[in-house]
Design a binder for this molecule. Structure first.
Ligand code: ADP
Length: 256
């Protein structure tokens, strides 16, 4: 037994060392991504000043080039944002800060924050409140926010101007079930199985919106599973998609 306990001790030490190295790596990714994002944002505002003609008139040809640079810059910002959340999500439950959160209130906040966004794209986001006033879950608030933002942004991105996006929430047994429904481009049967894969983007999605990284759903699934929840969808090509989320409701006996 002595040998075995020595071996165990050695493994434990090695494991700790690996954890430390992994966290240094994650920190480095975070720092670089934040710095990248700062530079890209600065670039974005400069390009935007040109496009808004704040600096003076530009020719149509110049405008079309600057517009291309703007779109490409937006794509990089989206990628860096995904990198930041992905980096975080892959640190596994260790870095998650679980707390008691009322999901009804959180979704109300998110819906409110989207009201400016949705009017810009002429999509209306409607939140159908559940029967219960309060539905408490144990979660990392910022991470669950990322999941909702991804689902809502996708629903808007992949539907047409003027379409409504409907978010609803209901208690089902010990879980709270949320759905985000759109009437957009839908997902083809061939591509359904790949939707949660890292970097995957369907052809109709690329056509509709060239800006995207294919990391949003991969990240969201990862986050939801770390909350012991489930994420899935129903979709018909050309008539729309509904994403579902199920998260365990906090029981009185649960400790956080
Ligand atoms: P991104 O939106 O950056 O491409 P996501 O990981 O969020 O990446 O989504 C992956 C792919 O899933 C999308 O490219 C698209 O093909 C498909 N998808 C996600 N949400 C929807 C939706 N609401 N309607 C149609 N397709 C969707």
């Amino acid at each position: 037994y002595k040998n075995m306990s020595e071996e165990l001790e050695k493994l434990k030490i090695e494991n700790e060392e690996l954890k430390k190295q992994n966290s240094v790596k994650s920190d480095l990714i975070s720092i670089s991504a934040h710095q990248l994002r700062t530079s890209l944002s600065a670039l974005k505002w400069i390009l935007k000043m040109f496009l808004d003609k704040d600096i003076g008139p530009i020719t149509n040809e110049q405008e079309s080039f600057i517009n291309k640079a703007y779109i490409s810059n937006e794509r990089m910002i989206a990628l860096v944002n995904d990198m930041l959340t992905l980096n975080h999500a892959e640190e596994i439950a260790l870095s998650f800060k679980f707390e008691k959160v009322d999901l009804v209130k959180l979704v109300e906040e998110i819906t409110f924050e989207f009201s400016g966004e949705s009017s810009k794209k002429h999509n209306e986001l409607i939140f159908l409140r559940p029967d219960a006033d309060v539905l408490e879950i144990s979660c990392d608030r910022e991470m669950i926010r990322v999941v909702f933002q991804n689902l809502i942004e996708n629903a808007m991105k992949y539907s047409n101007d003027g379409d409504k996006v409907i978010l609803s929430m209901q208690q089902r047994n010990d879980n709270v079930e949320i759905s985000v429904r759109d009437t957009g481009i839908g997902i083809t049967d061939d591509e359904k199985s790949k939707i949660f894969e890292k970097f995957f983007r369907a052809d109709n999605a690329k056509e509709k919106d060239p800006v995207g990284s294919g990391l949003g759903l991969f990240t969201s699934k990862n986050i939801v599973e770390h909350h012991k929840g489930k994420i899935w969808f129903d979709s018909n090509e050309k008539s729309g998609t509904t994403f579902y989320l199920s998260l365990p409701i906090l029981k009185a006996s649960d400790t956080i």
